[in-house]
Write a protein that binds this ligand. Structure first.
Ligand code: ADE
Ligand code: ZN
Length: 331
């Protein structure tokens, strides 16, 4: 039987747009922008993608992002990702971008934002894909730098739905950014944060209590704290789980060891996402396929995950309903 997955409408809620930079585009943009890369070929880029933890990935990810220079580059990057969404029936996507990765090397905020947001508009008009944009602060940098980035974003606030927190988790707890998130919420942004990927359950508590997040990005380490699991279940705070990422970054030794099914069975609102698809071996569909095969997920589980992806999104209830109706009778 052919997999029913490609026909299920799905939303993606955890994708770093810089992490969708495929090796082919990295090499092309390096040539276009006359940048020297430490790789001679696409195969050499792919061969370098062996990671032992989050930091070993981030080092290559920030180096790769240097090829992004112009508004057209950010447009092309985002447009390529949206075409993947169209091919995989991802009907709605909430995209992270890391402005500091670019502004710190002299690329203006408006260049980054302009290219991404124009592609998202075209994605809506030409591909029928709705989207939201989430500005992530780099947590290895200072709270002052994050605040300055928030201030740069204020003129664009109508096109940015939320702020988030990413990069090196250990040693950079959510509390470090409490005042930045206070200000962001006062300015009308929703909030999310990476927590419990490599960091302890306490970072998830901090993200909830101090940053007042609507979702936890990753969150797989919540199982180490039963009171936290109860809280996440009672409040149905969604987790944006990224199976291929977790295995590539050695959060789990193999897909068979992943705790996604355990999280679902505990009653958590779990979603499946790609994180950095060009680096981890697949987009949303490949993530569903890999986790379904490794954990013997049933068609009912897959439907639940797709339903959760819309319920956990920042779409209004009225916007979610047609997708939930379609999923109610799918499979
Ligand atoms: N930035 C891009 N991918 C990330 C991840 N998986 N965790 C933290 N920061 C990231
Ligand atoms: Zn992430």
């Amino acid at each position: 039987m052919r997999s029913p997955l490609p026909t299920l409408p799905k939303a993606e809620l955890h994708i770093h747009i810089e992490g969708s930079l495929e090796p082919e585009m990295m090499i092309d943009l390096a040539q276009r922008n006359r940048i020297t890369l430490p790789y001679e070929s696409v195969e050499a880029v792919r061969a370098a993608y062996q990671f032992e933890n989050l930091q070993s990935f981030l080092d290559l990810y920030y180096a790769g992002a240097q090829v992004l220079q112009t508004e057209q580059d950010f447009y092309d990057l985002t447009w390529a990702y949206l075409q993947k969404c169209a091919a995989q029936r991802v009907c709605h996507t909430e995209i992270f971008f890391d402005p500091q990765t670019h502004t710190d090397r002299g690329i203006p905020f408006e260049v980054v934002h302009g290219g991404i947001s124009q592609a998202l508009k075209d994605g809506k008009n030409q591909l029928g894909i709705s989207s939201g944009l989430i500005l992530c602060f780099l947590r290895h940098l200072s709270a002052e730098a994050a605040m300055a980035t928030l201030e740069q974003a204020l003129p664009y606030r109508d096109s940015i739905i939320a702020v988030g927190l990413d990069s090196s988790e250990l040693g950079h707890p959510p509390v470090k950014f409490q005042s930045v998130f206070d200000r962001a919420r006062a300015e009308g942004f929703l909030t999310v944060a990476h927590a419990g990927e490599e960091g302890p359950p306490d970072y998830i508590w901090q993200a909830i209590r101090l940053l007042k997040v609507a979702r936890i990005d990753h969150g797989v380490r919540c199982v180490e704290d039963p009171a936290l699991v109860d809280y996440l279940v009672d409040h149905q705070i969604p987790l944006t789980v990224c199976p291929l990422s977790n295995v590539k970054l050695c959060v789990f030794q193999s897909m068979a060891d992943h705790n996604l099914k355990q999280l679902m069975d505990l009653g958590l609102c779990v979603t499946v996402n790609s994180d950095d698809p060009a680096y981890f071996g697949g987009y949303v569909e490949e993530n569903y396929t890999a986790i379904a095969a490794a954990l013997a997920l049933t068609p009912k589980d897959l439907r639940q995950l797709a339903q959760n992806s819309f319920k956990a999104s920042f779409l209004s209830s009225a916007e979610q309903q047609p997708y939930l109706d379609a999923l109610a009778t799918a499979l």
